[in-house]
Design a protein around this ligand. Structure first.
Ligand code: HEM
Length: 149
């Protein structure tokens, strides 16, 4: 069961962060140089996938915590502290992802529908994506460190 949970945890991470990286590094730059409609549509359609993946990562993550072993050993090994820092970074990443998906992506859609310049929304999305990806680099390191502590 522990193995299945860590496996699902990592599949969720790959789906969420991989999808975001593709949007941020491939589709986003193309949208800023030309037509933003494909990006807007992809970002909108990607939302259910990303948030399902986030839910899987969070649920399996909490389950993984229960499988780490005795609390004294978890604290003595340093895993408890690593986990606390990781959890704060995850909260920040999820908050930024929510701002992207539920505020800026709809804003981009409205700008395109109204014939306005989508540049401001695209730039905000690009910054939010960079921040989430940067946080993910640290979160993955902490996850691996917790596993081996
Ligand atoms: C509610 C949020 C989360 C919690 C409570 C959580 C908890 C955990 C725990 C307890 C482990 C250790 C599993 C084990 O060794 O048995 C782990 C591993 C890991 N987590 Fe998370 N996690 C969360 C979110 C995330 C996120 C958002 C990412 C990446 C963006 C991530 C990436 C990883 C990675 C890469 C591992 C290492 C797996 C391994 O090396 O075996 N986690 N997580």
């Amino acid at each position: 069961m522990t193995l299945v949970s860590v496996w699902l945890h990592l599949l969720g991470v790959v789906a969420w962060i991989g999808g975001l990286a593709y949007q941020a590094h491939v589709l986003g730059p193309a949208a800023r140089r030309g037509d933003a409609r494909v990006f807007a549509e992809t970002a909108r359609r990607g939302r259910p996938v990303a948030w399902t993946a986030i839910a899987v990562v969070a649920m399996t993550g909490f389950y993984n915590v229960t499988r780490l072993g005795a609390l004294e050993r978890v604290m003595a090994s340093g895993a408890g502290l690593l986990l606390a820092v990781k959890f704060m970074l995850v909260l920040a990443a999820v908050a930024l992802a929510a701002q992207r998906d539920f505020a800026q992506v709809p804003r981009l859609g409205r700008a395109l529908a109204g014939g306005e310049d989508p540049g401001a929304a695209l730039r905000r999305i690009a910054w939010l994506d960079r921040l989430v990806l940067l946080l993910a680099v640290g979160i993955v390191y902490l996850g691996v460190a917790v596993s081996r502590a």
